[in-house]
Write a protein of this length. Structure first.
Length: 229
């Protein structure tokens, strides 16, 4: 369906009609692009390529969609040797993007040696999580009706903060973030305040994934018998 991607990560999201939007780095020039995939009669079809941004080099997109249908993409933009987290939106199903292809949208972060982002939507707010320079995990948020993003909030500092993090929202307004900083750590927003950092595993890990449920799960305790000599 798509054969013009660079060898970098992509992201995808499905809209309420069952269409899939895919954001990725274009192989020919490292532009940031999106395609809409539609399903009909048992066949997926890739639509026309839409360019979000055709300047600088662009990597590691994160894609999400508001209940209203507005699409958001954040990504890492490499400019003059530094990475920046940028974000843009589309209100017409990915046909056009805010500012057009020559605009890099809103810069959410300062420049750093590395940058990786993740968009989480918990109506009516948007949350843009990002790691920066390996030393900081931060968050900026915005109400869906506001035009400006709130100031940056630092969630954690460390020495190995990179792409190995994930964030998720629950339907009751909780937000969680899990990440690796030479150990697996977790922090949760209960709708009012952010809780303290919790260490899940003292050992490091790669590609942690997070899902938050509103269902209380009660785990059973199992016992293993050991023969006594």
């Amino acid at each position: 369906m798509i054969n013009d991607t660079a060898d970098y990560p992509f992201d995808a999201v499905m809209d309420p009609e069952g269409n899939i939007f895919v954001a990725y780095t274009l192989s020919s020039n490292n532009d940031l692009v999106v395609r809409k995939l539609t399903f009909s009669s048992g066949v997926w079809t890739a639509g026309e390529l839409t360019t979000l941004y055709n300047g600088d080099d662009n990597y590691y997109p994160s894609l999400n969609i508001e209940p209203s249908g507005r699409l958001w993409v954040s990504w890492s933009r490499l400019s003059s040797g530094e990475y920046y987290v940028n974000i843009k939106y589309s209100t017409d199903g990915g046909i056009s993007w805010s500012g057009g292809p020559t605009s890099y949208g809103t810069a959410l972060s300062a420049g750093a040696a590395s940058a990786f982002s993740k968009i989480v939507i918990s109506d009516p707010c948007l949350y843009a999580f990002y790691s920066l320079g390996g030393t900081k995990l931060a968050l900026r948020m915005k109400h869906s009706s506001a035009s400006l993003w709130d100031d940056e909030m630092e969630l954690a500092s460390g020495s190995a903060l990179d792409h190995n993090f994930d964030a998720a929202a629950s339907v009751d307004g909780r937000i969680g973030v899990v990440f690796d900083d030479n150990r697996i750590r977790f922090r949760e927003f209960d709708g009012n305040i952010w809780g303290t950092l919790i260490d899940i595993d003292a050992a490091a890990g790669s590609f942690p994934q997070l899902s938050i449920s509103t269902i209380l799960l009660i785990s059973s305790i199992w016992l293993r018998t050991v023969p006594v000599n």
